[in-house]
Design a protein around this ligand. Structure first.
Ligand code: CS2
Length: 493
């Protein structure tokens, strides 16, 4: 038996489920990039709002989920009427809730016009995005649209069959403008610094390349609030599927597994309206930047450092890595001594509590969060997580030993073979270029570092010229090759 609307009422009493009438929902939000993170985070918050009655126009906030690439999510969830389980896990156990607000699923490459049609309907007032860093087709060092990106070229030339999020958004906005329908608000929920400002810049530039007057209209009328999103959501495993299905007494082909912690801080700028997210713990604020920097540098910066060093040391998951005392002290030191002091703290935030909570979250033994998963897309992740705090510290004349070790660990990782000589499956939009560089360097740390510093979309123009940066990174890379990750971590911690 498959989880579906028809058996929702007969699930075990321990499983929480929607109290609202799903049939009464209309689609007010289109989400681009429907995946595990959005289903455990933004959809869970919206589901909670609906469960409370949703305020005045509660029924207007159903979500249509769009996959920009693979049909997997639609294939798993459509037979379940869009229902799926969020399993919240920690050492104490697991709590299950079936989420009901995903009422439609579309697969963009199968039918781009259907997605454009969906986005153009006047009832759609918000478009949310989790398309990962690379989905913005931007230059991570500057935040500007990469106008030479093949998919961007494609979408400029073929506006009615786009491939990228920006291509869909801009064409839908053009159609709304032509039809006299107000624009939707675009809410980025990706881990980018100034994610709203970034998406605004990219939409503006893309629209301007189509027509300068249209570009100006987009810049003037489309609101793109910034947001800080936080919840650890590892990829679902077959063991998760089996365990959750067992507990439901019905098969859920794609539950999501996550931690108890969840935070969402959103800049409150929604001219077309929004769900009453503030009633379910979302922090609606005037300025998100301090929250975002805190989270990117402390959580994500630590995560990437754990991912590269932990993987090299042979640890499969974040919690395995963090149970090694040397790694735990390195990460604590990274937060206390290096990343933490670069932060301008959000009002009322308790930095000490935040850092301690992070260590506990990383140690959650019930989440099998693979180091390999977090290691993906380093060319996109390094700039906000490690390179920006490095810039701030260099500007203040401060040392960067631990941050530099994180960068060097990425370099050692993209060299493509582990410490036992086994190949590493390096996933990155620049994987081809990284493999060429690694092959040419042939295991020589100085040549490898030198060639990688040449990637200006990652390191910018400034860092490669600064010996206070290149020196410690190259030295750490030499040691990683010579001594291995465990020994270097022990010595740096
Ligand atoms: C992780 C994030 O995969 C990664 O790069 O650092 O997905 C992280 O788990 C989330 O940002 C937590 O909020």
């Amino acid at each position: 038996m498959r989880l579906s609307a028809s058996n929702l009422a007969s699930l075990p009493a321990t499983v929480a489920r929607p109290a609202y009438d799903r049939g009464a929902l209309s689609v007010g939000i289109v989400h681009l990039g429907v995946g595990a993170f959005q289903r455990a985070h933004q959809a869970a918050y919206t589901d909670a709002v609906l469960d409370q009655g949703g305020g005045q126009d509660g029924a207007a906030w159903g979500i249509a989920g769009v996959s920009l690439r693979s049909p997997d999510t639609r294939d798993a969830l459509a037979p379940q009427d869009g229902l799926y389980t969020v399993a919240v896990r920690d050492a104490e156990g697991e709590r299950l809730r079936v989420i009901g607000c995903l009422t439609e699923l579309l697969v963009a490459p199968e039918d781009p016009p259907a997605v454009l049609e969906r986005l153009t309907r006047p009832a759609v007032r918000i478009v949310t995005l989790t398309v990962t860093e690379k989905g913005y087709c931007h230059d991570p060092a500057t935040g500007a649209l990469n106008e030479d990106h093949p998919d961007i070229r494609h979408d400029l030339n073929t506006p009615d069959r786009p491939r990228t999020a920006v291509g869909f958004l801009v064409e839908a906005l053009a159609r709304r403008r032509a039809a006299g329908v107000a624009p939707f608000t675009v809410l980025s929920c990706d881990n980018l610094p100034g994610n709203g400002d970034t998406v605004a810049r990219i939409l503006h530039r893309f629209a301007e390349l189509r027509d300068p007057a249209f570009g100006a209209w987009v810049a003037d009328t489309v609101a793109c609030p910034n947001s800080m999103v936080d919840r650890i959501v590892p990829a679902t495993t077959n063991a998760d599927r089996a365990r959750v299905s067992d507990a439901l007494g019905a098969e859920d082909a794609w539950p999501v597994v996550t931690e108890p912690f969840s935070q969402w801080v959103v800049e409150d700028r929604f001219p077309a309206g929004r769900p009453a997210w503030e009633t379910v713990g979302v922090e609606m604020v005037a300025d998100v930047h301090p929250y975002e920097t805190m989270k990117l540098r402390l959580l994500n910066g630590s995560h990437s450092t754990i991912a590269y060093l932990g993987y090299l040391a042979g640890y499969e998951t974040v919690s395995d890595t963090m149970t090694d005392q040397d790694f735990a002290s390195l990460i604590r030191g990274l937060m206390d001594q290096e990343a933490g002091p670069t932060l301008r703290m959000p009002p009322g935030a308790d930095l000490e509590r935040y850092k301690s909570a992070l260590i506990t979250r990383f140690l959650n033994p019930a989440l099998r969060h693979r180091t390999w998963q977090i290691a993906m897309d380093g060319t996109q992740k390094l700039p906000p997580r490690l390179l920006n705090p490095i810039r701030d510290r260099l500007a203040a004349g401060l040392p960067i030993d631990r941050l530099a070790l994180g960068v060097a660990a990425w370099m050692r990782y993209v060299a493509g073979t582990d410490e036992q000589g086994r190949p590493i499956d390096v996933r990155d939009p620049m994987a081809g270029r990284l493999a060429e560089i690694a092959a040419a360097a042939a295991g020589d740390p100085d040549r490898l570092a030198q060639a990688l510093f040449g990637l200006t979309t990652v390191f910018g123009e400034d860092l490669p010229r600064d010996p206070r940066f290149t020196g410690p990174v190259t030295a750490a890379l030499r040691r990683l090759f010579a001594e291995g990750a465990r020994a270097v971590v022990a010595a740096t911690a």
